[in-house]
Design a protein around this ligand. Structure first.
Ligand code: HEC
Length: 140
């Protein structure tokens, strides 16, 4: 009879240890989940990746910085939080209301971007839309 109790107690503490380990893992989980979300956010869509290449190839960093890379005068960190796709498009191409807000030199450079294909503009917009403050402001 005593042996049975000992076995039950041993088994119960084993179960308890497993439960504690699970509870601990669960407590750790919010952090782990946060990291996963972060990793997913940093993982860009193929379109956004194409946009990043176009961003670099078209000389946007001459005037803009993302994550500290490029001209710090006009940072684009977190621009995805501030501007809608159509607004981003206007800022890239110096169209709409934006045309009169841009300094002349910048507007002239941006007018050149109207030669880009619609798919290239879409890619740029996808890239910039993904620059969220929740990623620490930028996705380099
Ligand atoms: C000759 C300089 C210049 C170049 C090159 C340039 N921009 Fe700009 N851009 C500006 C200026 C100036 C502004 C207005 C910034 C301000 O008023 O804060 C601006 C604004 C923007 C904005 C809005 C930023 C905000 O925070 O509201 C976006 C988006 C943008 N540019 C994207 C681009 C992209 C993408 C490229 C490349 C395809 C590019 N720009 C190339 C000068 C430039």
């Amino acid at each position: 009879m005593r042996e049975t109790w000992v076995r039950i107690i041993v088994a119960a503490s084993g179960v308890l240890a497993v439960l504690l380990a699970l509870a601990f893992a669960w407590l750790q989980n919010p952090g782990a989940a946060g990291q996963r979300v972060g990793a997913a956010a940093v993982e860009m869509s193929a379109l956004a990746l194409t946009g990043r290449k176009i961003y670099q190839a078209e000389g946007c960093p001459l005037c803009h910085a993302i994550a500290g890379e490029g001209n710090p005068r006009y940072p684009l960190d977190g621009v995805g939080d501030r501007l809608e796709a159509l607004e981003l498009r206007d800022w890239i191409l110096a169209t709409g209301a934006v045309a009169t807000l841009l300094p002349r030199r910048a507007a002239i450079m941006k007018e050149d971007y109207r030669d880009l294909g619609a798919d290239e503009i879409d890619a740029l917009v996808a890239y910039l839309s993904g620059l969220r403050a929740s990623d620490g402001g930028a996705t380099p």
